[in-house]
Design a protein around this ligand. Structure first.
Ligand code: NAD
Length: 365
């Protein structure tokens, strides 16, 4: 079996490692590699280090020496440059971003600052770092930019996104991510920076911040509160279990062709209505209540500009790199529901944190 990462890679800088997907990546690298991990994160409202601290506690004290947290805001060019110099990375996996579409509707500036200016500052710092590396390390170096399928816009009833789909972002979030993808490609073509990109579909799984769809539904249902379903519930997303995304990210970081992008999706197309119903069905079995949980489902005003359908054709990553998802939605969703039921105290802690917004956001009044 191939190692998770090229054994010459010794130092990995992960941005956004205190978030949902970045946290899963940090935990995997801690568990399955020997690399030194630098977790650069501004520690914003969506950050939580519980899962990483638990992993460190479960591993030996050697693991602690392999992990370093750097509280840095990428919007600050000088501290970003200092952090890159300090981490001296062989590989950078850039996940830091403001990521919640509804929040981007209410406050787009933060998305431009983090996702566009933040990526620009990181690129400038990495260009400077890469230019100064000795030849061998220069050849090894990669920036892996982690992006979303939302940059491609909205599909009708048929078709799927692939690496050749033109960009057509439609929300402040997706347009800021599209801009960051363009910057990364420009730094490759203009300055030669070795980059790979990925565009992934919606992720779900343990440790996701309680404002995102799947945790919201579970927590509302458990609290016996109305479960909000946007519009007619017919918006379709291509759901992928977060550990399958981590597998794909590591494959691309390790073996992806420099200058290429890879679409990641697990043939998990479901409407929001189907997802909400499936969660309610799991809860009826795992935590029965007087009435079926689905009786709490309440249609609410749709998100402005809500993209109707996303679906990914993952042929390139499957054929070139041999990736395939290990979890089907049925099983991954059940694991996720069980995990949230067992970790309600963690959710409550985050729901009480100052950054959490419990009420409906992203509606233009
Ligand atoms: P998340 O919101 O859970 O975590 C993002 C992390 O980035 C947070 O810890 C936050 O503090 C940090 N961050 C934000 N702005 C920063 C800045 N200016 N400087 C330093 N740190 C900053 O997000 P996630 O769901 O883990 O997503 C991670 C990445 O994957 C994002 O780039 C997102 O666009 C992409 N993505 C997410 C999904 C999904 O379904 N969640 C799907 C495809 C792609």
């Amino acid at each position: 079996m191939l190692p998770l990462l090229n054994t010459q890679i010794k130092r990995v800088l992960i941005t956004g490692g205190a978030g949902f997907i970045g946290g899963a990546l940090v935990r995997r690298l801690l568990r399955d590699t020997k690399v030194k991990i630098f977790n650069l994160d501004k520690l914003g409202y969506a950050s939580d280090l519980t899962s990483i601290n638990q992993s460190l506690a479960a591993l030996s004290s050697i693991a602690e020496d392999r992990y370093q947290l750097m509280q840095v805001d990428l919007a600050d060019a000088a501290t970003t440059a200092e952090a890159v110099k300090f981490a001296d990375p062989d590989l950078v996996m850039h996940l830091a971003a403001e990521s919640h579409v509804d929040r981007s509707i209410d406050g787009p500036e933060q998305f431009l600052e983090s996702n566009i200016i933040g990526t620009f500052n990181l690129l400038q710092a990495l260009r400077n770092h890469w230019d100064k590396l000795p030849k061998e390390r220069q050849q090894l170096f990669r920036l892996h930019h982690v992006s979303t399928d939302e940059v491609f816009g909205s599909l009708g009833a048929t078709g799927r996104f692939s690496e050749n789909t033109p960009y057509d972002p439609r929300s402040p979030y997706s347009s800021s991510k599209a801009a960051s993808d363009h910057l990364v490609n420009a730094w490759h073509h203009t300055y030669g920076l070795p980059v790979v990109l990925t565009n992934c579909s919606n992720n779900y799984g343990p440790w996701q911040f309680p404002e995102k769809l799947i945790p919201v539904v579970i927590l509302k249902a458990v609290a016996q509160e109305p479960i909000p379903l946007y519009g007619d519930g017919g918006n379709v997303r291509d759901w992928l279990y977060v550990e399958d995304h981590v597998d794909a990210l590591l494959l691309v970081a390790n073996l992806g062709k420099v200058g290429s992008s890879y679409c990641i999706g697990g043939h998990g197309e479901h409407s929001n209505k189907q997802i909400v119903q499936a969660i309610c069905d799991h809860l009826d079995r795992l935590r029965p209540s007087k009435k079926p949980h689905a009786s709490l489902i309440t249609l609410v005003t749709d998100r402005p500009g809500h993209d109707r359908r996303y679906a990914i054709d993952p042929a390139r990553i499957m054929e070139e790199l041999g990736w395939e998802p290990k979890h089907c939605l049925e099983e991954g969703l059940e694991t996720t529901v069980q995990w949230y039921l067992q970790n309600l105290d963690w959710c409550e802690k985050l729901q009480k944190s100052p950054g959490y917004v419990g009420e409906r956001i992203g509606v233009i009044k």
